[in-house]
Write a protein that binds this ligand. Structure first.
Ligand SMILES: [Zn+2]
Length: 227
């Protein structure tokens, strides 16, 4: 039997109603998931304020008293690397296929300074998540958009994601030496990285969002799931 059985809920769902359902269930983990998309940094900031409120703290007390652990999962990159920095550090952002440096999504993973910054910001963010376990889920942006600069274009999207996750974990470990961090296998990063290895403490989070959930994940007659 799995050691952890849990669900993800949005911050808007946190409250007595969900807490009572969780307490009556045999789940032992609940993760809070603010929405991603272009407003990911905004919804994350909203959640960081929400976790200071009585509503959240009462919810946390109720579920934790039942032995249900709390985690947080969200698209963090636009919070870790503020898009406004584009105007002073264009080279920190990704190059698109037309050779233009753009600040829409993700980042240039060949920029040492940008990687150092996201590591520092990840440490800061880790300290803002009350009652979190030692597992962290600071995902990259929720899109298919990676860096095509001369240094990055030899790297697969999964390689680029792994570089980012290794740096995020390095940062978090400065404030929690027991920390571990996910590698989110999802959309363009569903394949394993080819040129970059996970650092110690990286674990796989497998999220085949495009699979057909009406069928078994290994259904041989379903091309989508077979892929
Ligand atoms: Zn690059």
């Amino acid at each position: 039997m799995a050691k952890k059985r849990g669900i993800l809920i949005h911050p808007e769902e946190v409250g007595n109603y969900r807490a009572d359902i969780l307490v009556e269930s045999d789940l032992n983990l609940v993760a809070i998931h603010p929405k991603g998309g272009v407003k990911a940094a905004e919804t994350l900031n909203d959640m960081l304020e929400f976790v200071k409120t009585d509503t959240f703290l009462e919810f946390a007390e109720k579920v934790r008293n039942k032995g249900i652990e709390l985690e947080y999962e969200f698209h963090a990159l636009s919070w870790l690397l503020d898009r406004k920095l584009y105007y002073t550090h264009k080279d920190w952002f990704r190059m698109n296929k037309d050779g233009e440096q753009v600040h829409d999504f993700n980042m240039c993973v060949s920029s040492r300074d940008a990687l150092e910054l996201i590591a520092e910001r990840a440490a800061e963010l880790a300290l803002k998540l009350p009652f979190n376990t030692d597992r962290y889920f600071f995902w990259i942006d929720d899109v298919k958009a990676f860096c095509q600069c001369p240094h990055c274009k030899v790297l697969t999207p999964s390689d680029q994601a792994m570089i980012i996750y290794n740096h995020i974990l390095k940062g978090i470990k400065t404030v929690n030496k027991n920390a571990s961090h996910c590698y989110l296998a999802y959309l363009d990063t569903i394949a394993a990285p080819k040129n970059v290895s996970p650092d110690a403490g990286i674990f796989l989070e497998y999220a085949p969002i495009l699979r057909d959930s009406n069928l078994l994940i290994n259904d041989e007659n379903c091309v989508k799931n077979w892929e």
